[in-house]
Design a protein around this ligand. Structure first.
Ligand SMILES: [Zn+2]
Length: 63
C-alpha cells in the first residue's frame, strides 16, 4: 500500500484514495487526531493528513 506522494507536480487534493474516517464524537483521541489533521491540511502537509487518517481509522476499532 504505497502512496504516490513522491512528486509535487500533480494537483493537490486528489491523492486521497479513501474518504477520511470520521472522528467519533465524544472521544478525546479522535478529537485530538482530527484537530491535528485539520492543522496538517491547512499547512498542506498531505502525508501528515494521511497519517492522521490512518490513526483515526485504526483507533476507531476501539470504540
Ligand atoms: Zn476515538
Amino acid at each position: 500500500m504505497s502512496m504516490e506522494w513522491t512528486t509535487m507536480s500533480g494537483p493537490v487534493g486528489l491523492g486521497l484514495p479513501l474518504r477520511p474516517p470520521r472522528p467519533v464524537e465524544g472521544c478525546d483521541v479522535c478529537a485530538a487526531l482530527a484537530k491535528q489533521r485539520a492543522a496538517a491540511r491547512e499547512r498542506g502537509d498531505l502525508s501528515a493528513v494521511s497519517d492522521c487518517n490512518v490513526e483515526i481509522g485504526a483507533h476507531g476499532k476501539g470504540h
